[in-house]
Ligand binder design. Structure first.
Ligand code: G4P
Length: 535
């Protein structure tokens, strides 16, 4: 088979049906890297029937990438890890950690079909997880919850489940329930069949943890009080709305919950099985006109992330696109819907961390990394054949953190300006200005505060400009639709208007109360909502 057009329709739909494309959303340190490695390792152990043993066997999956990450002490850029688990092809998209944290991190979620929310058992919901969860909710992405680090002392399982309901209105539906409180982890109760899955430690968690199944009676006889308590708690939760219902998961109203320990490889197989059995597969995607494009229509994809400087020796640019329909074959010439220009895909790669492997074929759900793709922008649609297809643009986000940036040393103004422009164009932070503040002290706006740290670090290391940030007290941003009303907002003591490079005027308020007061005083003021993390 040489041309995409010759691929039979059955193949494409069948191939798409084998894909599970998801991202892990978590706060730094919750164990995402550990879980990533455990998932890939476990899948390989299963797929290659025990080919991996001991520490040496850990190499080559993702550990080279991890080693590099650890050596640098930062999370290096990565995009998508693909591996097989039995008959299923898992695409795990990275929501980068600290060093890359930008709006792109949130946009990655436009390219997934589901998400795994990873919680640290001792910490529960943390700020970055909440932000990312907001985006999932806004986009209706089904979320599976994995409570990690159960091998360590932490909070109570019921308390963690209550937190999901109370703080984010997400109904937990436990699929497993931990036996033994955090720190005394013995295994889990399988909530679907009531059996006990006993975990056994293997050296360093390097291989898939050994599991043993016991009937409830056996578990009661062997475990006693801890088993009885687990069964009681799980039943309590099931009775109060937590009974498993796949339809509620797909509707993104409720989340299957699993307990485990990534570092010991406990619960990892279960998570993979849940992804295979329950997580949504790629479905026809709606284009900008609202029409669904069939999975077996000719190739189409959209760019969800553009990364510069991934290879430090070349300062290249890689565009990441998610395939939505058809078959991608390296070398095919596609059209960029934004410019109408042809785009040659000779340099298509699968990229994960610094590892790249040439990619020859991809199906709906897969991610392709297009190297040296300087012509591509986030939100661009690529397609083959006719007619034109264009997917909806990707959201930009409502910032919630604002800081004035100034160069720490006089005489670096030019580099400062250049650096700020670059970071703004990459979406590391949004850059806001106003006549009142002048050009020399732009306001950096971020969805999450980590973006500031990344910006400061990059200005210093890449542009040689140490900067000082002075944080502003605003937390609420609205779009100001009529520029004439600018003065109303600017005269407020707890508000101000700043303009974004795309021409949007943002009205900023210290808090919701300040906005409410302003609206009461000026009922004619028109501001529009930048809801749920996106505008
Ligand atoms: P991240 O990518 O989400 O930032 O987290 P990462 O996997 O790097 O894990 C953060 C820390 O949490 C690591 O410890 C890791 O070993 C530990 N960890 C991850 N999963 C588990 C778990 O299930 N149980 C326990 N007890 N610890 C877990 P570290 O001290 O920072 O590094 P290391 O020296 O252990 O490698």
């Amino acid at each position: 088979m040489t041309a995409a057009g010759q691929q039979s329709a059955v193949d494409v739909v069948g191939e798409a049906g084998r894909r599970r494309t998801f991202a892990v959303i978590s706060h730094p340190d919750a164990g995402k890297s550990t879980l990533t490695e455990a998932l890939a390792l476990h899948a390989r152990v299963i797929s290659e029937a025990g080919a991996v043993h001991g520490k040496a066997g850990r190499r080559g999956v993702v550990s080279d990438w991890l080693a590099m990450e650890q050596a640098r002490g930062i999370s290096i850029t990565s995009a998508a890890l693909q591996f097989s688990y039995g008959d299923t092809v898992i695409n795990m998209l990275d929501t980068p950690g600290h060093a890359d944290f930008s709006e792109d991190t949130y946009r990655v979620l436009s390219a997934v079909d589901s998400a795994v929310m990873l919680l640290d058992a001792a910490k529960g919901l943390e700020p970055q997880t909440l932000k990312l969860f907001d985006v999932c909710r806004h986009r209706g992405i089904p979320v599976i919850t994995f409570v990690n680090k159960w091998d360590r002392p932490g909070r109570e399982a019921l308390e963690l489940c209550d937190e999901l309901v109370e703080r984010i209105g997400l109904q937990p539906m436990p699929l497993t329930w931990p036996v033994g409180e955090a720190g005394q982890f013995q295994g889990v109760r399988d909530c679907l069949d009531g059996t006990f899955v006993r975990y056994q430690r293997t050296a360093g968690g390097a291989t898939a943890a050994a599991e043993e199944r016991l009937t409830p009676d056996q578990a009661q006889a062997e475990i006693g009080a801890d088993w009885a308590r687990a069964a009681e708690e799980a039943d309590l939760l099931a009775a109060s709305g937590g009974e498993f219902d796949p339809a509620r998961f797909i509707a993104a109203n409720a989340s299957p919950v699993l307990f485990g320990s990534a570092v010991l490889n406990f619960g990892v197989r279960h998570l993979l099985d849940v992804l295979v059995e329950l997580a949504p597969r790629p479905v026809p995607r709606r284009d900008a006109d609202g029409n669904s494009r069939a999975l077996d229509a000719p190739f189409s994809a959209f760019v969800f992330k553009v990364q510069t400087g991934m290879d430090p020796s070349h300062r290249d640019q890689v565009a990441f696109a998610r395939v939505c329909s058809g078959v991608f074959e390296r070398g095919m010439v596609v059209t960029n819907a934004t410019t109408g220009r042809p785009f040659a895909t000779k340099y298509a790669h699968q990229v994960f961390g610094q590892q790249r492997s040439t990619l020859d074929t991809a199906y709906p759900g897969d991610v392709i990394g297009l190297v040296n793709a300087t012509a591509l922008r986030v939100g661009d649609t690529l397609y083959a054949g006719k007619p034109t297809v264009r997917y909806p643009g990707l959201p930009s986000f409502a910032p919630g953190f604002f800081s004035v940036a100034r160069p720490a040393e006089v005489g670096r103004a030019k580099q400062f300006r250049k650096g700020i422009e670059q970071l703004g164009s990459e979406g590391v932070v949004q850059v806001l200005r106003s006549d009142r503040r002048g050009d020399a002290a732009p306001v950096l706006a971020a969805v999450g505060p980590m973006q500031f740290e990344v910006a400061v670090h990059r200005l210093d290391t890449e542009f040689g400009v140490p900067v000082n940030l002075e944080s502003l007290p605003y937390t609420v941003a609205r779009r100001l639709d009529d520029p004439v009303q600018r003065s109303i907002v600017d005269t407020g003591r707890r508000s101000e208007v700043l303009s974004r490079a795309d021409g949007t005027d943002l009205a900023l308020f210290t808090d919701q109360h300040a906005l409410n007061v302003m609206l009461r005083l000026h009922p004619d003021l028109v501001v529009s909502s930048l809801v749920a993390g996106t505008d």
